[in-house]
Design a protein around this ligand. Structure first.
Ligand SMILES: [Cu+2]
Length: 496
């Protein structure tokens, strides 16, 4: 089957009312058609998701320049609705989210609803599912939100995610089993905007071989044992929790003995975080929105774009540091859980928390809850996805090709598709598939977790299965935004 290049796709999508692209399937063979973002299949699946009488949640969302105060440092950035993070959006599973997006930035932008199994034409992937919204323009995103869990949204144009453009999207479960008294959303970010180089300057440095990557490429940079290599490529002056640096750490009030559900979101561009709570253990209940068999650990490393929901039982009265150390980098973001009449002062040296060196959650500790287990099955298609590059000119590749002009991974609706990642680079890559929640294969044969983003370690081979039940054109990419901009992206392309 002849692959469809992105440019050809866009050219043809614009001329076909249903967004359908024709691709010839070799001389004399049957013709295959790619399912366009607004294709009939996409609309059929959206119709099947939509329940009669579903609530519609309206959201006015503006992206615009903003000046923020970071504990006395004044920084210019770009943000949603004049806040970093942007507004926490809450809907219930089954609701329709209708977001009127106004782009008041000086350049084109989109909104990508990360992790949501939504209709393809609302995915916000610039150049794949829509043309970016021009400066001064508007776009109406309207889609059914099918699955409960912790999600987030951000732009899908260039390096914009590295600005302040991110916000949590919490999808409540109408059948929530509960088991906690209070929720706390914790959004982590690496920050240089307005106080360091722009994302474009950092990227140019990386391309020129002057960045952190060149240093660790020479063997002299910091590494993380948990990640088998460096934590990232860019040095950031600040790490933020809910938009605040450690000197203005956010305070989360609680009561002794309460059970808290912490919804941890890593919205950073280039930084994994190791999270721990002083004097507490963490019971992991969900990752990337989907439930797992609960497992209790001391600390978790969260790759870029991943989410972990953890339960903690507040030990008593006191102020407990919630620490997110930039893994392999060293600085940290900090918050405080305050219970009872304790002062909101951070204990000394939170980075020395014993929990940070305690039992670390491994991917192999996670098992899908029965309700979301795909079950055993032989794949209808099995693709190797070789992750390469990172050396000359900061070019990153999938199956030897950089960028969306490479061969897509063709699938058909209803198939079970296996992707076998092989990481041939010296860095970890948090690989993210749009529009689906895949299942990670465990070597022991037990059902691995359902996720939409998964860390693939250097030299690792990691296998995921995905049920192709959401037709369209879906980006598969590394969620280090510099790696993605350097070429580590492709598409999973539905054919009919
Ligand atoms: Cu990467």
């Amino acid at each position: 089957m002849e692959p469809i290049s992105r440019r050809r796709f866009l050219a043809l999508a614009g001329s076909a009312s249903a967004g359908v692209v024709l691709a010839s399937c070799g001389r004399g063979g049957p013709r295959a058609q790619a399912v366009g973002p607004g294709g009939a299949e996409v609309l059929r699946v959206e119709q099947a998701r939509r329940r009669p009488g579903a609530a519609v949640v309206d959201l006015a969302l503006a992206a615009a320049p903003l000046t923020v105060d970071l504990a006395g440092l004044t920084a210019g950035t770009w943000a949603y609705n004049e806040a970093v993070p942007g507004p926490e959006v809450r809907v219930r599973a089954g609701d329709v989210l209708r977001a009127r997006f106004r782009n008041q930035l000086p350049e084109p932008a989109t909104v990508h609803w990360h992790g949501i199994a939504l209709r393809n034409d609302m995915d916000g992937a610039a150049g794949v599912t829509q043309e970016p919204v021009p400066a001064g323009g508007e776009f109406l995103y309207e889609f059914t939100v099918p699955d409960p869990g912790t999600y987030w949204f951000h732009p899908h144009v260039g390096l914009q995610l590295d600005r302040g453009l991110y916000a949590p999207l919490i999808v409540e479960d109408p059948a929530e089993p509960g088991g906690y008294d209070r929720e706390v959303t914790v959004v982590l970010d690496d920050w240089a905007d307005g106080v360091g180089p722009t994302p474009e300057e950092s990227f140019a440095e990386l391309r020129a071989g002057q960045g952190a990557h060149a240093q660790h490429g020479a063997g002299g940079g910091p590494t993380s044992a948990a990640l088998g290599g460096p934590g990232g490529d860019v040095t950031y002056p600040l790490f933020l929790m809910n938009g605040r640096p450690p000197a203005a750490a956010p305070v989360f009030d609680a009561r002794p003995g309460e059970r808290l559900r912490l919804r941890l979101v890593n919205a950073a561009a280039d930084t994994p975080f190791r999270v721990a709570l002083g004097d507490h253990r963490l019971t992991v209940t969900h990752t990337d929105g989907f439930p797992v068999v609960p497992v209790t650990v001391d600390t978790v490393v969260i790759g870029m774009s991943e989410r972990y929901d953890v339960l903690v039982t507040v030990a008593g009265e006191g102020t407990f540091p919630l620490v997110a150390v930039a893994e392999g980098k060293g600085n940290q973001a900090v918050g405080l859980i305050r219970s009872g009449p304790a002062p909101a002062a951070p204990p000394a040296e939170p980075s020395r928390l014993a929990e940070l060196g305690g039992r670390l959650l491994g991917l192999g500790d996670l098992q899908a809850a029965d309700a979301v287990d795909l079950g055993p099955g032989q794949p209808d298609r099995d693709y190797r996805v070789v992750l390469g590059g990172g050396d000359e000119g900061y070019r990153w590749t999938i199956n030897g090709r950089a960028g969306l002009d490479g061969d897509p991974l063709s699938v058909r609706e209803g198939e079970r598709v296996r992707l076998s990642f092989e990481n041939r680079t010296t860095m970890f890559h948090p690989m993210h598939l749009h529009g689906h929640t895949f299942q990670v294969a465990r070597p022991d044969g037990r059902p691995g977790p359902r996720k939409d983003s998964v860390i693939v370690l250097p030299d690792q081979r990691l296998v995921i299965d995905v049920v192709a039940d959401n037709p369209g054109q879906w980006v598969l990419h590394c969620h280090n935004v510099f790696h993605m901009e350097g070429g580590m992206e492709t598409t999973m392309s539905y054919l009919r």
